[in-house]
Design a protein around this ligand. Structure first.
Ligand SMILES: NC(=O)c1ccc[n+]([C@@H]2O[C@H](COP(=O)([O-])OP(=O)(O)OC[C@H]3O[C@@H](n4cnc5c(N)ncnc54)[C@H](O)[C@@H]3O)[C@@H](O)[C@H]2O)c1
Length: 366
């Protein structure tokens, strides 16, 4: 393990960059933030004013990338720029921690993955819910076959955003935001849902722009048929004033929910459910103790990424893992536009593998 402090650069000094700098500062014995870059000079200077340290400010990210004393670059720019920014950083020999959504298309993702082949560079993607302790516990229980076959699975990403959220020009657009509530918010919980349930066979979806004056969807639902036989349901909306980010997995007689909750029933003589053995349920519920270990997930993400470089291993979520949710999102958008069941995988001759499918279809959403 190499203990030399890692030099850090941040590209894009908007809202999310604060989460990155805070954790790099926490890890100050292992990381030194040396420079930031933003095309908007004012944003960059405002950003460093809030994070006192000896930080160089650039408006041209290439100057930051040319520095030999920067090992890790956090990409915190709008989604449509990620591919080019990640490729530039890799070409300068930098490890990259990229904000979600990683890249807009499968073609972009495969291009980035090819560019990192035969290098020792690490790519991390900011899907920080992976570090949520409730998720880890549920994943472990399901791997241990606690539920048996999962018949029913559901995920909800219900959020609320006001109109001024969309004042940033990239948000609410297909071209720059690369999608709506599914691509930008629901992606986090979808990533966990897929990590638990495994490969997807096919999807059927519909979507609408119900409330906001955006070209992208603010409401979307999908049925997801998993290869293991589970029937999954997805619902995401930006129009719910009581937000909820949740999942439910149900086997024959037990249910696990995220945030962590467990239940068990028995069948009564006439087929109705009776509450299971209270002692057993109590024992299972003790697993709730885990909820006391709340963590800041973005901090855990950055710690894991730094450790992955120090230990020369892959971070918990990199480009390959991000490709899974991107492929399912691509299939869901394709299904919602074409109004038909879409089978996976999305092959490289499918118009939706690149932007072609979206470009020919996206005007038809409303
Ligand atoms: N992981 C999470 O939970 C989470 C939360 C919020 C945002 N995000 C993601 O982070 C990314 C940024 O979101 P944000 O809300 O911080 O956006 P933002 O608009 O607040 O910030 C983006 C910054 O990038 C700068 N920028 C634009 N083009 C640039 C270029 N060519 N070179 C350098 N800088 C450039 C802008 O001037 C702006 O300061 C998005 O992909 C978003 O989806 C992730």
């Amino acid at each position: 393990m190499n203990n030399k402090p890692l030099g850090i650069g941040i590209i894009g000094c908007g809202e999310v960059a604060n989460a990155h700098v805070n954790e790099y500062n926490e890890l100050r014995d292992q990381c030194v933030l040396r420079a930031v870059a933003d095309v908007n000079r004012e944003s960059a200077f405002e950003f460093v004013r809030h994070h006192p340290s000896d930080i160089e400010v650039y408006t041209d990210m290439n100057l930051l990338l040319q520095r030999d004393d920067i090992d890790i670059v956090s990409i915190c720019t709008p989604p449509y720029l990620h591919k080019n920014h990640v490729l530039k950083a890799i070409s300068q020999g930098k490890h990259v921690l990229c904000e979600k959504p990683f890249v807009p298309t499968l073609a972009d993702c495969d291009e980035v993955l090819r560019a990192t082949e035969n290098t020792n560079l690490k790519i991390g993607v900011a899907m920080q819910l992976r570090y949520n302790p409730d998720f880890r516990k549920i994943k472990q229980l399901i791997q241990d076959d606690f539920l048996g076959h999962i018949y029913f699975a559901e995920m909800r990403g219900l959020y609320w955003r006001g109109n001024s959220y969309f004042k940033k020009a990239w948000r609410g657009t297909w071209e720059k935001g690369c999608g709506g509530v599914l691509m930008n918010q629901g992606i986090h919980i979808l990533d966990l849902f897929l990590e638990i349930l495994g490969p997807v066979k096919s999807v059927y979806a519909d979507m609408e722009t119900v409330k906001h004056k955006t070209e992208v969807e603010d409401h979307i639902r999908a049925t997801i048929w998993f290869a293991n036989g589970t029937r999954g349901e997805l619902l995401c909306s930006l129009n719910v004033a009581d937000p909820e980010v949740s999942m439910c997995f149900s086997g024959h007689d037990k249910t696990l929910r995220f945030p962590f909750k467990v239940n068990e029933v028995h069948e009564s003589f006439n087929g109705f459910p009776l509450l299971g053995d209270p002692n057993k349920i109590e024992a299972i519920k003790k697993l709730d103790n885990l909820q006391s270990d709340k963590v800041n997930e973005h901090d855990e993400l950055i710690k894991d990424f730094v450790r992955a470089i120090q230990e020369d291993r892959e971070p918990s979520i990199g480009g390959l893992e991000a490709r899974n949710s991107l492929e399912v999102i691509t299939a869901i958008y394709k299904s919602a536009f074409d109004k038909e069941i879409v089978k996976l995988p999305i092959r490289d001759n499918d118009p939706w593998y690149s932007r072609k499918g979206l470009i020919t279809n996206h005007k038809t959403i409303s």
